[in-house]
Design a binder for this molecule. Structure first.
Ligand SMILES: [Zn+2]
Ligand SMILES: [Zn+2]
Ligand SMILES: [Zn+2]
Ligand SMILES: [Zn+2]
Ligand SMILES: [Zn+2]
Ligand SMILES: [Zn+2]
Length: 265
């Protein structure tokens, strides 16, 4: 296979392209059904699905198969990248890191996860919600008793805590078995047989739970409001009646006077 590695032309770009990220393979792994994906891509794909199937041939695995990086294929892909695109991809990383401005702007600003449209910089990160919030969106965490137990911390520090110490990747997966955040590669290793969801899904379901308690409160409030309105309506109805009665005295008087009128006819 060493000759194959030296002759990248044996493979077409399509054959060296991951069907999940549509980019050339990074750390390619081969599934038992014979398909190749980037390690992080297939890990991320399986992280949020309950059934474990091959994205290409739909072969269903009992559980996530053990995958290790296909080193030969990795070398072939690397050689192809270099022969096709030169060393550009490899050299771009050190070029960026020597520029303090690029580094600063990439690392220092953490954006609010809730803001839509123009994002505001985050001022706090919640470890329970695994989200970063701007000054506006962190407010419920300070004002609402529901969030009282959520630990808030500096977004920079939280981000450092958001990368996997083993794989140096973002902790974008929530392991429901371990009740903690893991990375897409952990999904294929220690947490291979665990129940996992994407952090966004976990955050959403937490928000739905939060919303449903808010809804319960809103329903109680709405109920109270209808009762209050009922009282108010009663007041408003009786007022015109009193006014309508005018000089004729109280409504009771007009009822009492009716038999008198009837007898007069
Ligand atoms: Zn990929
Ligand atoms: Zn397959
Ligand atoms: Zn925001
Ligand atoms: Zn929170
Ligand atoms: Zn990891
Ligand atoms: Zn786990």
């Amino acid at each position: 296979m060493a000759e194959a590695a030296m002759a990248p032309d044996l493979f077409t770009e399509q054959e060296l392209t991951c069907s999940i990220c549509l980019d050339l393979f990074t750390d390619p792994v081969s599934t038992p059904c014979g398909h190749n994906f980037c390690q992080a891509c297939i890990g991320g794909y399986w992280a949020s699905t309950t059934t474990c199937t091959c994205p290409l041939c739909k072969y269903a695995f009992e559980e996530r198969p053990q995958l290790s990086i296909n080193k030969v294929f990795a070398v072939i892909t690397e050689n192809y990248k270099i022969s096709r695109y030169g060393n550009a991809t490899a050299s771009s990383v050190p070029a960026n890191s020597t520029n303090p401005f690029v580094k600063a702007s990439n690392e220092d600003v953490i954006w609010c996860d809730v803001c839509t449209g123009i994002k505001q910089p985050a001022v706090s990160s919640c470890l329970t919600c695994t989200a970063a919030y701007c000054a506006e969106h962190v407010r419920p965490h300070h004002n609402t008793p529901f969030y009282a137990k959520h630990p808030l911390m500096d977004p920079q520090q939280a981000l450092r805590g958001r990368t996997c110490s083993l794989h140096r990747r973002l902790l974008e997966v929530f392991c429901r078995t371990c009740q903690r955040c893991i990375c897409a590669i952990c999904v294929l290793e220690d947490h291979r047989t665990h129940q996992t969801v994407s952090v966004q899904t976990e955050r959403l379901s937490k928000q739905v739970r939060a919303l449903s308690t808010i809804k319960d409160k809103q329903m109680i409030l709405a109920e109270l409001k209808t009762k209050m309105d009922g009282v108010k309506v009663g007041v408003f109805v009786s007022q015109p009646m009193l006014q309508g009665a005018g000089g004729g005295g109280l409504p009771q008087d007009s009822i009492q006077s009716r038999p008198a009128t009837e007898s007069a006819l």
